[in-house]
Design a binder for this molecule. Structure first.
Ligand code: ADP
Length: 575
């Protein structure tokens, strides 16, 4: 019953429904006109037979005859009158017993049921809803983002332009809002001015339209929009406060950064003052097989390990974390310390053979550009040779064909990057490459999160998900409005040194073991001290710069209750 107004509105607003009601009205008018005509003819025939009846009796006779009730209290005596009765009776059967139910079902009941069903797709959010995320375009990124938001209990609303899709998703339990994506009313109805952010994840042309439409409603709401090209990025930025996500480029760079290639150099991903955050592979170095405590990197090189990437998943690092062949270390260090790192490890894993890149789409080309800046030689396989950045390094062919892989040098390559956008192809290629080369590094892309484990089991050393990359970029923004992200899942926070820690050393207080947060610097009025030695007492006046994931951060905040917490000026190298 609560849907009644919505149903009536749907019935009256929809052009098709209005047409149906009009047909029904026409049928009823025709029926009424027939009855009036039959009543008039009844009178003429009765007068001709010499009978006298009132107009009401005439109407009564027409209704009882047409409905085949025929009480028999008023009858014609003449043959003409009886033929007329038969005609009225048959036309009544046709109109009332056949046409009326049909017309009623076709033009009223069915549209009513449809309107009732359609009314289930909400057209506006509660006026009390605020701090929610508005998502436009349902795809792999939106799917993962919705999962994450649900886990974090952040309300969201997914705008769906097609009604059947909206109903289907509503029935699946998603929080949908039905409306046109280029209509300002949709964003007003979605409460855009009260939202925490809006993510538009469709094609760049549609995203641009949406970004500008939303700006009509709200100047402030942060907009995240996906884009493929530099031009689209530039245009989107004109919408103001728009964060442009170049997911293809980010994914390619992420894959290239995790490539051993022919070196084990550390690659800088961000900086804070003099401190750098870098990712470094350890393949074929003496570090493999040791724990972080056993590797003694702090003692030898002065660097700290913030976390590790294990098979494409970020994991917090502790003294007992074991370094595996394909582990990527996230290193916090000064420039001089990183140079020392590179000098120490560049002699290992020297493999001059080119890295193999399968697929030269956006992701493949971005990976190639990044490999080129790292001076890592590569070969690329693609079925479409015109997509090559440099035709000299292109091997034309289908990578699922073993002969093509061999021609491209799979048997010698240190690493293969599998970048096609089709998850099935990537799973197949991962299995094939692993079968051909059990010892090589395989980095694979997946578009949908649900395929991460399959590619992992297929033998990839590192799997990067397009959906997670986009969803993380957006949900991290929500979780860390006053914290900066270093790398996926890892952030930097600045807190006032808690009274409990003043005068104590990091070694005594065991901040890392107790909370999982790594102290990367102490900021005092006299300057910033990067990577303070573990046995140095903490001063009374100053800030601690901590690196940790969300859980570690929460543990620190609960355990030490710092009086102040703020953002550091963290500069992130694009990833
Ligand atoms: P994206 O832009 O997201 O990277 P694309 O579909 O544009 O995705 O690019 C994927 C590239 O991979 C295309 O150039 C396509 O020709 C190539 N590709 C797909 N399957 C194979 C395959 N089996 N062997 C070689 N190249 C492939």
């Amino acid at each position: 019953m609560k849907f009644l107004p919505a149903i009536l509105v749907t019935l009256l607003m929809d052009r098709g429904s209005r047409g149906n009601l009009w047909m029904l009205l026409r049928f009823c008018t025709l029926l009424l006109a027939m009855m009036v005509l039959y009543t008039v003819l009844f009178h003429i025939l009765m007068v001709w037979e010499g009978q006298d009846h009132s107009w009401i009796s005439g109407m009564y006779w027409v209704v009882t005859t047409m409905t085949t009730l025929g009480f028999g209290d008023i009858t014609f005596k003449s043959d003409i009158g009886r033929i007329y009765s038969i005609i009225v009776m048959f036309s009544g059967v046709f109109m009332l017993l056949v046409m009326l139910p049909f017309t009623f079902i076709e033009f009223l009941y069915a549209p009513w049921m449809k309107a009732q069903s359609n009314a289930r797709a909400p057209r506006e959010v509660s006026p009390h809803l605020r701090g929610h995320v508005i998502i436009v375009n349902h795809g792999p990124v939106a799917e993962t983002l919705i999962e994450q938001l649900t886990g974090q209990q952040v309300p969201y609303v997914l705008i769906v332009p097609e009604l059947p899709d909206a109903l289907r998703m509503h029935d699946l339990g998603l929080s949908v809002l039905h409306g046109m994506v280029d209509d300002p009313h949709t964003y007003r109805n979605a409460g855009a001015e009260r939202a925490a952010l809006l993510a538009t994840l469709g094609s760049e042309l549609v995203n641009t339209n949406i970004a500008f439409t939303v700006r009509e409603i709200s100047e402030k709401v942060p907009i995240f929009a996906t884009a493929r090209s530099d031009t689209a990025e530039e245009v989107l930025r004109r919408a103001g406060e728009t964060q442009v996500l170049r997911l293809g480029r980010m994914l390619g760079m992420g894959m290239a950064r995790r490539t051993h290639g022919g070196d084990n150099l550390a690659h800088v991903v961000g900086s804070f003052g003099d401190l750098l955050v870098a990712e470094a592979a350890v393949h074929r170095t003496p570090l493999v097989g040791k724990t972080l405590r056993g590797a003694r990197l702090r003692e030898h090189l002065g660097v700290a390990i913030a976390c590790v990437w294990e098979r494409g998943k970020m994991q917090t690092a502790g003294p007992d974390t074991r370094i595996e062949e394909h582990t990527i270390l996230v290193v916090i260090a000064t420039r001089a310390q990183l140079d020392a790192w590179d000098e120490t490890f560049c002699i290992y894993n020297a493999n001059p053979d080119p890295v193999l890149v399968i697929g030269s789409g956006r992701v493949g080309r971005s990976a190639i550009r990044h490999l080129t800046t790292r001076r890592i030689a590569y070969r690329v396989i693609d079925t479409q040779p015109q997509r090559a950045l440099d035709p000299a390094y292109m091997i034309e062919g289908d990578a699922t064909d073993r002969a093509v892989l061999e021609r491209a040098g799979i048997m010698q390559a240190p690493t293969v990057l599998i970048t096609t956008h089709d998850d099935d192809t990537n799973i197949f290629l991962t299995i094939l490459c692993r079968a051909l080369r059990p010892d090589m590094q395989i980095i694979s892309r997946v578009t949908r999160d649900r395929n991460v484990n399959t590619v992992d089991r297929a033998g990839a050393d590192c799997v990067l998900s397009y959906a997670s990359l986009g969803a993380n970029a957006i949900s991290n923004h929500l979780r860390h409005t006053n914290v900066l992200m270093l790398t996926e899942g890892l952030s930097l926070i600045r807190v006032k040194i808690p009274p409990e820690l003043v005068g104590r050393t990091l070694k005594d207080s065991n901040v890392r073991a107790q909370t999982g947060c790594l102290v990367v610097a102490i900021d005092t009025p006299t300057g910033t001290q990067a990577l303070p030695p573990p046995d140095q007492p903490l001063p009374a006046d100053g800030d601690l710069l901590l690196v940790g994931d969300e859980d570690a951060e929460n543990r620190f905040l609960v355990r030490y209750r710092p009086t102040e917490r703020h953002t550091g000026a963290w500069k992130r190298t694009e990833s």
